[in-house]
Design a protein around this ligand. Structure first.
Ligand SMILES: CC(C)(COP(=O)(O)OP(=O)(O)OC[C@H]1O[C@@H](n2cnc3c(N)ncnc32)[C@H](O)[C@@H]1OP(=O)(O)O)[C@@H](O)C(=O)NCCC(=O)NCCS
Length: 437
């Protein structure tokens, strides 16, 4: 965490949004997460907002501890019949986001955006989002990020998808392994051992994995059933570890099987998580999962957009790939954001950025030399004109400027401007975050 974002949780609530909410007879405020009754009511409102079930006492206790360190905001209707329960929620925290060049930029992660159905479409979410963006900007954080329930909501606030995940459905009998033999060995391990090993491995992967932010303890507890309100899934979980020829742990997979008496030999294997630090670990774990007896279908979601697995099976059509937008970003400070990442080629260009909320608007000269960018405001004519949304989509190197020009989403004012930008911005591997936040 940088010096600028220290104390982020108690930074005063945004006055413009507080006034907009007050105009509706409602109250915007920060939640003291050490105040158990108040934070419990906030968590219940958050669960209800996403149509989740009432949390068990165990889940509530874990959530009170697990989310206590976030900046937690609520809207209350003090005249309502259940005044202690917020009618809207949001939380946020500064998260290091891995950017090209194995570097990090501090990003304002936003989560738990809910407005009660009783109070929807009165501008409450807009007040919350604008407050988050102004707070992050005031803290000197150069971009905001979130994962979204619906892709129609956040474009109006300057966000755009910068990474894509995929859901895979694999017909195992057609997916004969052609990826070759892999040294090392794969072993079943107890799920608690998987839980113990995964965070450190994920942290190692995060340091170079463009698009990654740190996960958190409660997420791993929920994934592995340490804390869960879904005991039936937990009971089915199996874990394996791959160790290389020297015995070092290089990969972990968590999965479960679903079948019944009528489909005993055609069960479905669902991959709950697969983390690999080497190509060998990746191949060994996928091969293990695809060659499981009594299984006809393997499913996995939140996989990367450029899964090598497609090239490791005899019939590429055995793998149905469904892509979806995942990490959305929203640049607030163009010079700081662009200077934070590294680039694949030198570039001299000018971009004109439009931002209907004002934060990122301007014309910027972008000078990239030796992978490092210097960004200054300029009056020079722009090679490319685009909204902050499209610049945010391009930022992590997973989206093509030429494609956005073809889509009419970026205006190319100088021929070749988009291709030159792509050569500098794009990465060989797709940015990827394997979980939601
Ligand atoms: C999505 C949600 C937060 C919107 O809250 P809200 O207070 O009704 O939204 P607002 O009234 O502030 O609307 C702000 C703008 O977003 C638009 N909008 C709101 N919800 C939308 C949706 N689901 N799809 C598309 N646009 C939406 C509004 O039309 C409005 O547009 P405008 O200001 O450009 O005219 C709320 O419906 C909700 O809690 N949904 C369930 C939980 C959820 O999906 N949360 C989002 C998590 S990422």
């Amino acid at each position: 965490m940088s010096n600028t974002s220290e104390g982020f949780a108690s930074t005063p609530i945004d006055s413009a949004s507080a006034a907009a909410i007050a105009d509706q007879g409602l109250r915007l405020g920060l939640v003291d997460t050490s105040d158990t009754p108040t934070f419990t009511a906030w968590l219940r409102a958050d669960h209800r907002g996403f149509h989740g079930p009432e949390a068990s006492d165990e889940m509530m206790a874990a959530s009170l501890a697990g989310y206590a360190d976030r900046r937690t905001t609520a809207v209350w209707d003090d005249a309502g019949r259940d005044a202690p329960t917020p009618v809207a929620t949001v939380n946020s925290w500064p998260a290091p986001l891995t950017v090209p060049g194995a570097r990090e930029v501090e990003a304002w992660a936003i989560s738990s955006v809910t407005v009660a159905p009783t109070h929807r479409r009165r501008g409450i979410a807009r007040a919350l989002l604008e407050a988050e963006l102004r707070t992050a900007d005031a803290l000197g954080i150069p971009l905001a990020t979130l994962t979204v329930s619906e892709s129609t909501i956040y474009g109006r606030f300057g966000f755009a998808p910068a990474t894509f995940n995929t859901a895979l459905t694999i017909a195992t009998h057609r997916a004969t392994w052609i990826g070759g033999a892999v040294p090392g060995s794969t072993h079943f391990i107890p799920v608690p051992e998987f839980r113990a090993e995964l965070p450190a491995m994920q942290e190692r992967l995060r340091s170079t994995g463009v698009g990654q932010i740190p996960s958190w303890s409660l997420r791993w507890d929920q994934l592995t059933g340490v804390v869960t309100d879904d005991k039936s899934r937990t009971a089915k979980l199996r874990a394996v570890a791959y160790q290389d020829a020297g015995g070092a742990l290089r990969g972990l997979a968590l999965f479960h099987l679903d079948g019944n008496d009528e489909s005993f030999s055609t069960q479905t294997l669902s991959v709950d998580y697969l983390a690999s630090e080497t190509d060998d670990a990746y191949a060994a774990l996928w091969r293990f999962l695809l060659e499981m007896d009594l299984v006809s279908t393997v499913k996995a979601s939140d996989r990367p957009a450029d899964e090598p697995l497609l090239w490791q099976v005899a019939d590429i059509r055995a793998i149905k790939v469904e892509p979806y937008d995942h990490v959305w970003t929203r640049i607030l400070d163009v010079p700081a954001a662009l200077a934070a990442r590294r680039y694949a080629a030198d570039l001299e260009t000018v971009i004109a950025v439009d931002d209907n909320l004002g934060f990122a608007a301007g014309t910027f000269a972008l000078s990239i030399s030796g992978g490092v960018a210097t960004v200054t405001e300029t009056d020079a004519p722009a090679a490319l004109a685009l909204r902050v949304n499209e610049l945010s989509a391009l930022y992590l190197g997973g989206v093509s400027a030429e494609v956005l020009v073809a889509a009419g989403r970026v205006e190319e004012r100088e021929p070749g401007g988009a291709a030159a930008l792509d050569t500098a911005f794009r990465s060989a591997r797709a940015p990827w975050l394997p979980f939601w936040f």
